[in-house]
Ligand binder design. Structure first.
Ligand code: FE2
Ligand code: FE2
Length: 490
């Protein structure tokens, strides 16, 4: 069940007026969008080719889904057709949901495009569905209907069954790098984990640093980011947090919200920086936090929101937090903004019982000793951690893309993968497969060479006597890792 927004991003009145304007002023089918290799323009074959296709949970992962994609401005009547998994798209099987269309907020001079959003409701928990996107063009009074290929998704079961999700971080790089690195990482992860329930991405998805607006350079990166993924985010929900490279200014945040169906937490009092959101899935509560704050007042509001959500729906649940600027990181651990987050948020995360914190920003794989009372519990150096007695683990899943940084091993880091001393492996990007089963969190970190980089288990409420066979993995021995010099942008 989701306890934040679904696809709400713009006032409904504005959406309707834009939709009407788009319908009335529609032009003839356009050419491909600037910088993209998968044009969303209508094709002669009548096949809709969506750009940026991804989806979120809506207000309830058991019964809802929100689909988002982009097209040229030719399209203006977004729909999603749903059928039960494996059923043909015949009228008697189809439920059609209509959506909204708006102009994507882009800098002047960038070819205009439309954002399309459709919320699907009334689904059955734990069921698989096939769906197709629909859209309409109107030219010289002639209306043409286009449909996409067929995609597939599964809703959250009503019972708190074990589930696995994927964690990615920092896919940024040169525009030419996304397919080679980011696309490869996503492909490897989805191949190993075809039934992953969803994906958490802890930010810095693209490289242009906090652009004032999404200009030609920034949109080229986003095009490359999504082109590298293909239809990879059509099934599992994609649930990102904002990185510092995505920016905090109104225009890039508005663009971000046009792309991803995650928005302001309903009732979240953090003005100016939305994108704090929370959801429960199975036996876990997830807190996805915006870490682009510089104001103590904003942090105070965020803290109140964390406490409110945890008190409201966190009782008895495993709690996992995710944000970009990890308070127990390495390269950026001395930054003033990171220190502010550590001082303000870490005590509150401990107070509400967070077991695992997913981080980005550092572009290296590491996890902390369990942190309790603001101190690393260095006596717990193994692969079994008990939250109540040991503390919370802070983990950065490394990089899913081109850029890596040198490793700066801090006193609070328990395990890490050092690119400079463990050099030689050409498959160094990493992702995590995280399984929640009752009160235990099992984390397996892989590189794109299918090597297990790290493996550990967190018991969120039990002590070590609650461990069972298989909870304590053996020490992981990984292959060597290469020099990073050849892969970083100049
Ligand atoms: Fe970052
Ligand atoms: Fe980054």
């Amino acid at each position: 069940m989701l306890h934040n927004l679904g696809g709400g991003k713009r006032p409904i009145g504005l959406l309707l007026s834009v939709l009407l304007a788009s319908s009335l002023l529609i032009s003839s089918p356009a050419t491909a969008l600037t910088g993209q290799t998968a044009p969303a323009a209508p094709s002669a074959a009548g096949v809709l080719q969506p750009l940026y296709l991804n989806n979120g949970f809506g207000r309830d992962a058991e019964t809802q889904r929100v689909f988002s994609w982009e097209t040229t401005t030719d399209y203006s009547n977004a729909t999603v057709d749903i059928v039960a998994g494996g059923m043909p798209f015949k009228p008697e099987n189809i439920r059609t949901f209509t959506g909204t269309t708006a102009k994507v907020p882009l800098a002047a001079g960038v070819t205009a495009r439309n954002e399309q959003h459709v919320t699907v409701t009334g689904l059955e928990p734990g069921q698989s569905y096939d769906y197709r996107l629909g859209d309409t063009t109107t030219s010289a009074g002639s209306v043409s209907r286009y449909y996409s290929a067929t995609y597939h998704f599964t809703t959250e079961p009503s019972a708190a069954e074990p589930f696995t999700f994927i964690h990615f971080a920092d896919s940024q790089g040169d525009t030419s790098s996304y397919t080679k690195y980011w696309g490869n990482t996503v492909s490897k992860a989805l191949t190993k984990l075809p039934d992953a329930a969803f994906i958490i991405d802890t930010g810095d998805m693209t490289d242009p640093h906090a652009p004032a607006q999404i200009d030609a350079t920034a949109i080229a990166h986003w095009d490359a980011f999504f082109n590298a993924v293909g239809a990879g985010f059509s099934g599992p929900a994609f649930l990102p947090v904002l990185g510092n490279h995505e920016g905090s200014a109104a225009s890039p945040v508005s663009f971000y919200q046009s792309v991803f169906p995650v928005g302001s937490q309903e009732g979240c009092p953090v003005s100016g920086y939305p994108l704090n959101y929370a959801y429960t899935y199975g036996n876990a509560l997830f807190l996805e936090l915006n870490s682009n704050y510089t104001s103590g007042a904003d942090l105070t509001k965020q803290i109140a929101w964390i406490r409110s959500v945890a008190a409201g729906v966190g009782a008895g649940k495993v709690i996992i937090a995710a944000f970009h600027k990890g308070p127990y990181g390495e390269l950026h651990s001395g930054d003033a903004d990171v220190a502010a987050i550590k001082n303000s948020l870490v005590p509150v995360l401990e107070e509400v019982g967070v077991s695992l914190v997913l981080q980005g920003h550092d572009h290296q794989y590491y996890r902390s000793f369990p942190i309790k009372g603001g101190k690393p519990n260095t006596s717990v150096a193994g692969n079994l951690i008990c939250t109540a007695t040991d503390g919370a683990v802070f983990m950065c899943t490394g990089t899913s893309g081109q850029k890596t940084h040198a490793m700066y091993k801090k006193a609070w880091i328990s395990k890490y993968w050092d690119p400079t001393t463990q050099g030689g492996n050409a498959t160094q990007d990493t992702y995590s497969a995280i399984t929640v089963d009752g009160d235990r969190i099992s984390v397996n970190v892989y590189n794109t060479g299918d090597q297990l980089v790290d493996s550990y288990t967190i018991l969120a409420s039990a002590n070590k006597n609650g461990a069972r066979a298989g909870d304590i993995p053996g020490e992981v021995v990984i292959g060597p890792r290469p020099s990073i010099a050849a892969r970083n942008p100049a």
